[in-house]
Design a protein around this ligand. Structure first.
Ligand code: NOJ
Length: 833
């Protein structure tokens, strides 16, 4: 039986639940938050619950609980709840979740009306006719899901979020809080607000809900959009069963700078690959019908250019030319729009002198008018307020004006629309029609998702067993298996199980394998690499050697002792999940010194050495390339990382991932990406002319190219040809080749097709990916691979946002990475006609 206690302070009531399994959960009753403490320390006199709030991860709160009679003396503080000094007595009430379980059956209508588009518009018309201006503005405001966040500015009365919902002042909520709170808030919206319009519940479902998939940077290395689509359908199933309606993903920022921590959330540097992944993600989330109870509305982000932050420093200013914007940064968004994505979140950065949230030219004129996006445009958290900080609005009222005129439909997290839109209309600074249009977009998706007819439909506790179930874990394993990239192998891998393995390093026995931007309760129970290897029958001796960043006294020496007796050293190194993701930019993208020292000590032993990397960004791996036998980049592979890594190590599975982002040889090369322009003075290795585009102290070439990744088997590409070498503008050419598995193991290869438009009205990249196919082959098996190429694949976007291509020469390259030595060129002449 679980025991429950509650203690009160001025914030309200904190409920502490202690399960027999030693698990302790805490629910802050009034604030509507439920979570598991960071750490529970048990000692003779009682226990200490440690907690922290994500914005201040270094501030650790401690709540000391000392048993007394039928409760505990509670002293200290709890994150978000504040100071506590009182008695925790047995809790007699019901949790929000229990209330939901009791009441839900009587609340669900079970009604599902398949309205036509016309009927939806008519329903919106009649609802809008009843709405006051305040209620309309309410639909444009998104709450924080925590009752602490008040609505209202300096001049307004400050009210709580519950009250705001009951007054129809909110249309959606960031629901980081779980189904009990979602239920309570939906009930307020439906039963207490005048028109009873249900709320949308939204959350960051980035790479899974409870079942965590590899980070997006990893999954893009799978070059397998079909698998991603299936995985995102799983994520949508789980999230929607817990009451969520919208997931804040995919993140479609093109990643060219590994210092930027959020490259981990991206699909890498290539617009075509990113577009394919964007489409798969949106289709996986949104399924066949938004009205189904297992789909999520997708929210593509961050519109646009956020990843081009100067210096790789998060939230920093960006400068992007119109050409690059159209041909690089906007492409994945366009692909997602064409797949029917319901919403887009705009970005924090300044671009062309204006933060995106107030950038009319890009958001209204470009996104709406040219890119034909008519879904919900949402701000990022607090970004309307930040217009004042950026210095483009004198006050919050001007900020609200800029945002609405840029066609921002929903303000996330704060209050400017509430406080100022009405006045702005009265003053003629914004048009009421802009508000009506925004509200129509929000209501449209409320009808589409079926919420208007059955507001509680997404709360489905009967599906709880499905969340994190074996089938879902298997889906995560499958994607993980295809996401790891073998960067180097001189034959040490796969590992023979008879070998004595010394597993060394802070990632060897760590559960930190899920990565940033996920909130899964399953993370703490992840199988570590050590456990997975032992489960497979490996003989493993383990030493941590060093922490991720800190030196452990005597750590290296103990690791050396263990490694001395081994046949092979497995170095498990990397980053913590906090070292990538939002607000985790780094100046130095080497592995931390403490780990490097340990790696160097291991190398001195002269034993076969494999490096396993667990990290969220491309690293500078020069030392490893020169000093270890094999390198497997595993990224953060998610819920089945340990098992997937063990299977890849012993050859149960064959690595097939290909890098979706370039690994620099030196950090000074950043930004570095394969699809760069040619320059007027291109450098070719070995040319002795000084006045060429190069460094005087190092190479231009990266360490590992985009598209690169090894396998345990060998592939041979032959018979590369085109069916014609002249193509009229309205024609088509077929590029084909034969691919053979010439090795001894089954495996998959990604055949990549690139193009170079050698002369155009604008300078074109030296290579651009225009197609890929992932092909699985048994040993000795040979297949034909072909790609149809049309003008559509070869053209670029001109300044009118139209596709353009001039007649002339185009080089097509077919091969296995973006590096010239892995590509076979073919010359095509495009002619009028
Ligand atoms: C800020 C991040 O930039 C965005 O990606 C995220 O979706 C929101 N916060 C909400 O958590």
């Amino acid at each position: 039986m679980n025991r429950r206690y509650s203690v009160t302070n001025k914030s309200g009531t904190l409920m502490i639940e202690m399960a027999d399994s030693e698990k302790v959960t805490v629910e802050i009753i009034e604030l509507g938050m439920g979570d598991t403490p960071l750490e529970v320390v048990r000692h003779e006199e009682g226990l200490i619950l440690k907690s922290s709030f994500f914005m201040f991860p270094d501030v650790i709160h401690e709540l000391h609980l000392t048993p007394e009679e039928d409760g505990y003396i509670a002293k200290g503080s709890y994150a978000m709840f504040g100071e506590i000094d009182g008695m925790a007595k047995p809790f007699k009430g019901r949790t929000k979740y229990e209330v939901m379980l009791d009441e839900l059956p009587s609340k669900k209508t079970g009604i599902s009306i398949g309205r036509s588009e016309k009927e939806i518009q008519e329903a919106i018309d009649s609802l809008m006719a009843k709405m006051t201006l305040e209620e309309k503005i309410g639909q444009m405001s998104q709450g924080t899901g925590r009752n602490v966040a008040a609505i209202g500015s300096e001049k307004d009365e400050v009210i709580s979020e519950s009250e705001a919902i009951a007054k129809g002042m909110l249309g959606s909520v960031i629901a980081m809080t779980g189904p009990g709170v979602i239920y309570e808030q939906q009930k307020l919206a439906v039963e207490k607000s005048r028109l009873g319009i249900p709320l949308f519940f939204c959350q960051d479902v980035i790479h899974g809900y409870e079942t965590i998939f590899p980070i997006p940077l990893a999954w893009s290395c799978s070059f397998n959009p079909d698998l991603l689509k299936k995985s995102m359908a799983v994520a949508a199933k789980e999230a929607s069963s817990q009451g969520l309606v919208m997931g804040f993903s995919p993140m479609l920022d093109i990643a060219r700078d590994p210092r930027w921590g959020r490259v981990s959330e991206s699909n890498g540097e290539d617009p075509y690959l990113c577009s394919m992944m964007s489409k798969a993600h949106v289709e996986g989330f949104q399924g066949e019908s938004l009205g189904a109870d297992d789909t999520l509305l997708a929210c593509m982000k961050h519109f646009v250019g956020y990843s081009a932050a100067e210096g790789g420093r998060d939230y920093n200013t960006t400068e992007i030319s119109e050409t690059t914007l159209n041909n690089v940064y906007l492409r994945p968004f366009q692909a997602g729009i064409e797949s029917g994505a319901a919403s887009i979140m705009n970005a924090f950065n300044v671009l062309d002198g204006m933060p995106l949230v107030g950038n009319k030219k890009l958001c209204n004129d470009h996104l709406r008018d040219k890119m034909a996006f008519d879904g919900i445009l949402l701000s990022d958290f607090g970004s309307v307020d930040e217009l004042v900080v950026h210095g483009v609005a004198r006050n919050n009222k001007e900020a609200a004006e800029l945002a609405l005129n840029a066609s921002l439909d929903v303000e996330m997290g704060v209050r400017n629309y509430h406080s100022h839109l009405k006045e702005l209309i009265d003053e003629g600074k914004v048009a009421e029609t802009m508000i009506d249009t925004a509200v129509r977009r929000v209501l449209y998706y409320k009808y589409k998702s079926g919420l208007m007819d059955d507001p509680f439909k997404y709360l489905q506790p009967e599906k709880n067993l499905m969340v994190g179930c074996e089938d879902h874990m298997k889906a995560s394993y499958d994607l993980a298996m295809e996401s790891a990239v073998l960067l180097k192998n001189n034959g040490t891998l796969p590992l023979n199980k008879e070998l004595k393995v010394a597993l060394i390093g802070p990632k060897g026995d760590s559960t930190d394998l899920y990565g940033p931007w996920q909130f899964s309760k399953l993370e703490a129970g992840a199988t570590t690499i050590k456990e997975a290897l032992i489960n497979k029958g490996f003989k493993v001796d383990y030493a941590i050697g060093s922490e991720i960043e800190a030196v452990i006294e005597g750590g290296i020496e103990s690791a050396v002792e263990i490694a001395k007796d081994a046949d092979v050293i497995l170095l498990a190194l990397g980053e913590t999940k906090g070292m990538s993701g939002e607000a985790a930019s780094k100046m130095d993208i080497h592995l931390p010194q403490a780990q490097m020292k340990m790696a160097e000590a291991m190398a001195k032993l002269g034993k076969p050495m494999v490096t396993l990397l667990v990290n969220g960004r491309p690293l500078v791996l020069d030392w490893f390339e020169n000093n270890v036998d094999s390198i497997l980049e595993t990224w953060f592979l998610g819920a089945r990382a340990g098992e997937a890594i063990a299977d890849l190590l012993d050859g149960t599975a064959n690595p097939s991932g290909k890098l979706s982002m370039t690994f620099p040889k030196h950090a000074g090369q950043i930004p570095i990406y394969y699809n760069h322009l040619r320059t007027g003075r291109p450098y070719v290795e070995g040319d002795r002319n000084k006045f060429l585009s190069k460094y005087i102290d190092g190479p231009n070439a990266p360490l590992y190219y985009f598209g690169y990744g090894l396998s345990y088997t060998d592939f041979e590409l032959s018979d590369v040809k085109m069916d014609k070498d002249i193509m009229p503008m309205d024609g088509k050419v077929c590029v084909s080749a034969k691919l053979k598995n010439t090795g001894l193991m089954a495996g998959s290869e990604v055949i990549q097709l690139y193009c170079w438009d050698t002369v155009a009205r604008i300078a074109r990249p030296v290579k651009e990916l225009i197609g890929f196919k992932k092909i699985h082959l048994e040993p000795g098996q040979e297949v034909s691979v072909s790609f149809d190429v049309t003008v559509d694949n070869l053209s670029y976007i001109n300044s009118n946002y139209e596709k353009a291509l001039e007649p002339g020469e185009v080089i097509l390259y077919i091969g296995t990475s973006a590096c010239d030595k892995d590509l076979i060129p073919l010359t095509l002449e495009v002619v009028e006609g």
